[in-house]
Design a protein around this ligand. Structure first.
Ligand code: SF4
Ligand code: SF4
Length: 834
């Protein structure tokens, strides 16, 4: 066993690879990395515990993947798959077949929400709960370490029990959390395998040497009793799981049971939960019990088969009230599945003195933190605890929600917490993954990293949450009290409230071109200055963008910021040592791209030290009233009340009444977003423009458009134009919306210009934003001249029509959105896209 800093998906894949000859896959977020790393390992020649390379087959859908697993198992190959959400639902028909034929396998599932009123790619248990009737045993892991340990339990158990297993852990929260854990070696795993189980499985395979027939049809006379013959396998499964848990516990020193109780031995109020929420709960009860409460927690490991005896045995004898927390929703049901199981277990065991309430939490990765855990116990402690409650939201429609406004900090003393605000695909997340590996692998500290992404992916905001400390980290929730905060994008300073979460005396690192006090005075909003001064933050600035363009890294600032982080926080490890590790990581990542790229990144690491400025701000900042205004919000009711809070990361505060029950939303609100995320934007050079409109045609975000106005139209001074080719009496301009532009440069690339001189050049946003933002507004409102004589079915002509698909949240430079956009320009609002 060795310590490594890895994520939950890699932990699951590590174990699955050991036990598999075949993997049939169809990647789906957030399970994709499990298949991706397995593929990488197979390509690199890694072998499983039996010395074989994994054969990986990507199918046409998850249904096909599950079908291939079924076929492969039938042929006697140890087979696995990885999936989530709707992908898992597509596997259900084959799961019945696999279970019905007692074929041992493990499906590793990074549990994810189901697309219902809207899509959601994040974590909850709705997908796995839709499989509880398929005949698969279900084992839940709540942390990256548990994924490693219980994936092993699942593979060992399925071989002996013959019952297939669904091993699940929370999408993103566990699948993508990077954590320092004990990684079990394949030799250690192999020592736990009973080879007779594998021989037995292989002997049941379809084989022409001893033919059998499977998958027959049965009528009413025989189907039922044949179905019941599998009972004994399910009855035997829990004891087998416990036996394998004991083996794994002996190996690892970490104890696992079908249900694990923790908390006060004489607790009266007990919560039952499974998945990552259990760790936040455990932190909370540890503090509550120190404060004199008597509370406890049952962590459900083996959810199917559900063993009532083991559940009841896990409860303290003193238990009077139970709150069962489900991370799923079953509209119309008497209660969510775990709640119903607990009620049935107590009823079957004749226990009627314990009051049971059920609640929902954490749907679609809704935050679940100690304040919410505390609210659940407070509810239990009340005289009449609310039943069928929700926690983590404000339900002002059906009043199900518990009040969690009392802040409860349960994080253990001594852990350091850091938050980094970055832009999707600016490299911040990758750099932080490297940083946590450096800290985890090269210090004696435990380390945890979790990454928040908005659904816009590239170009959306990312917030990296890093914790490290001397004890294992159980905090399975976002950081709301940080020792260090870094803002990697200067435009965020007038958009997001980043410093409310800064601790008194903490550190703040800003990436901005404002290196002097005067510039910062002007460009920081008053509120930010107040927060810095009132909390006595150590404040650093670095002109990452300027340094990057000097080095030739053009806008890529993440390595500079990573180096600055280590320089400021040299208590983690001496800076020179950290710089060495960063350089090794850079070499590993970029050596294939050549020395020039590697050297540029080395220079980025070295430049951080000299580029960093500690800002000695005056005390008067504490009462500052002037500075840059926060970004103004468009005067549109829906945008102001719903979209804008979401954009500034305050969507958690929206009550249920803010939404339509069917998930429908008004159209055309992206135009109000004005994200201002581009580092460089195109500037139009009129004299070089041949008016071909190709730039507008290819822009994935519809933020560069031709404008044609009559000669006589009054216009702003900066609104330069040139006579329109072929349309006498009119003026042409190519107008960019700098605050909507993503800076991908696709328009400037395509621009043919005149005689080799481009008519679009990429310039820093700051250079043009003031004038061009106003020019864009003018262009949207001004009366356009008649351009109908230009054929609408040409590249040029199509661009004079209003795009009805604009400012998409696609990745910068997306190759798909220009097609959707141009279709809307050609066919208008009577077109239906399905
Ligand atoms: S840089 Fe990209 S997003 Fe910006 S206008 Fe050009 S094509 Fe559109
Ligand atoms: S692609 Fe270049 S030349 Fe053509 S319209 Fe756009 S700016 Fe002008």
């Amino acid at each position: 066993m060795k310590k490594m800093t890895i994520d939950g998906n890699t932990a699951a894949s590590h174990v699955a690879y050991a036990f598999s000859e075949v993997a049939a896959i169809y990647p789906i977020t957030p399970s994709s990395p499990m298949a991706e790393v397995a593929d990488e390992w197979a390509t690199a020649g890694r072998v499983n515990m039996f010395g074989q390379k994994l054969r990986l087959a990507e199918m046409q859908s998850e249904g096909g993947a599950a079908g291939a697993v079924h076929g492969s198992l039938s042929a006697g190959a140890l087979t696995t798959t990885y999936t989530a959400s709707q992908g898992l639902l597509l596997m259900i028909p084959n799961m019945y077949k696999i279970a019905g034929e007692l074929l041992p396998t493990v499906f590793h599932v990074s549990a994810r929400a189901i697309a219902a009123h809207s899509l959601n790619i994040f974590g909850d248990h709705q997908d796995v709960m839709a499989c509880r009737q398929t005949g698969f045993a279900m084992l839940a892991s709540g942390s990256v370490q548990e994924v490693m340990d219980l994936a092993l339990v699942a593979h060992l158990s399925t071989l002996k029990a013959k019952v297939p297993f669904l091993h699940f852990f929370d999408g993103f929260r566990t699948s993508h959390e990077v954590s320092k854990i004990d990684v079990i070696d394949y030799d250690e795993m192999k020592a736990l395998v009973d080879m007779k189980d594998i021989d037995d499985f292989k002997s049941r395979a379809l084989n022409p040497e001893h033919p059998i027939q499977k998958g027959t049809a049965q009528n009413g006379d025989t189907y039922f009793q044949n179905r019941e013959t599998a009972n004994k396998y399910y009855l035997a499964t829990p004891a087998i799981v416990q036996e394998m848990m004991d083996k794994v516990s002996k190996l690892t020193g970490r104890n696992y049971h079908l249900f694990d109780y923790c908390g006060a031995p004489d607790a009266e109020n007990v919560v039952v939960i499974m998945g990552s929420g259990a760790d936040a709960m455990e932190e909370t009860i540890n503090r509550m019990n120190k404060e004199g409460h008597k509370v406890g927690l049952v962590k459900v490991r083996l959810y199917r088969p559900f063993v009532a005896d083991a559940f009841v045995a896990a409860l303290p004898k003193t238990c009077k009230k139970i709150a069962v927390l489900d991370r799923t929703k079953e509209p119309g049901s008497l209660g969510e599945p775990l709640y119903l199981d607990v009620c049935s277990a107590l009823f079957e065991k004749g226990i009627n003195k314990i009051k049971v309430v059920g609640g929902r939490y954490g749907l679609g990765s809704k935050e679940f933190n100690p304040s919410m855990c505390y609210a659940v116990y407070k509810n239990l402690e009340s005289k009449n605890p609310k039943n069928h409650f929700t926690v983590g939201i404000y339900d002002d429609l059906t009043n199900t929600s518990l009040d969690f406004s009392e802040k409860y900090d349960a994080a253990p003393e001594g852990a350091i917490s850091c938050k980094f605000y970055g832009l999707g695909s600016d490299g911040t997340v990758g750099a932080n993954k490297d940083s946590i590996k450096i800290i985890g692998d090269h210090t004696d500290m435990y380390a945890q990293a979790y990454f928040f992404y908005d659904s816009k992916k590239s170009g959306g905001i990312t917030v990296s949450h890093l914790r490290f400390g001397k004890t294992p980290i159980q905090s399975s929730y976002l950081i709301d009290s940080a020792d260090f905060i870094a803002c990697h994008n200067p435009s965020y300073i007038t958009r997001y409230d980043m410093l409310t979460d800064a601790k008194e005396g903490g550190k703040f690192l800003l990436n901005s071109p404002w290196n002097t006090l005067e510039e910062l005075e002007k460009n920081l909003p008053a509120k930010v200055k107040q927060q810095i001064a009132k909390k006595h933050l150590k404040f650093y600035n670095i002109d990452g963008i300027g340094i990057a363009s000097q080095i030739g890294l053009n806008g890529k600032t993440s390595t500079i910021m990573q180096s600055a982080f280590f320089f400021i926080n040299d208590s983690i490890m001496p800076y020179e040592q950290a710089a060495d590790f960063m350089k090794k990581a850079v070499y590993k990542k970029f050596s294939r791209k050549g020395d020039a790229v590697v050297n540029m990144n080395y220079a980025a690491i070295d430049s951080a030290k000299s580029g960093l400025v500690e800002v000695k701000y005056p005390e008067s900042w504490a009462t500052a009233t002037d500075g840059a205004p926060m970004v103004s919000v468009a005067n549109n009711e829906y945008f102001k009340n719903v979209v804008h809070p979401i954009l500034v990361l305050e969507g958690d505060k929206l009550p249920t009444s803010a939404f339509n029950a069917d998930g429908s939303v008004p159209v055309g609100t992206t135009k109000f977003e004005k994200r201002g995320v581009a580092v460089k934007v195109p500037k139009w050079v009129a004299e070089n423009c041949i008016q071909c409109n190709q730039c507008s045609f290819v822009c994935p975000h519809a933020c560069i458009r031709p404008v044609v106005i009559d000669d006589a139209t009054e216009k702003p001074e900066t609104f330069a134009t040139k006579p329109t080719t072929g349309l006498k009496g009119t003026q042409f301009r190519m107008q960019v919306s700098p605050l909507d532009c993503m800076g991908c440069g696709v328009c400037a690339n395509i621009c043919p210009g005149m005689k080799g001189n481009k008519a679009l050049v990429m310039v820093p946003l700051d250079e043009v934003v003031e004038a061009d933002a106003k020019n864009w507004e003018f262009a949207q409102e001004v009366k356009q001249a008649d351009t109908s004589s230009i054929k609408r079915t040409t590249v040029k002509g199509s661009q004079f029509n209003q795009p009805l698909f604009e400012f998409s949240g696609a990745c910068a430079g997306c190759g798909e959105t220009p097609y959707v956009k141009v279709v809307t320009q050609m066919f208008g609002d009577r077109m239906v896209i399905a």
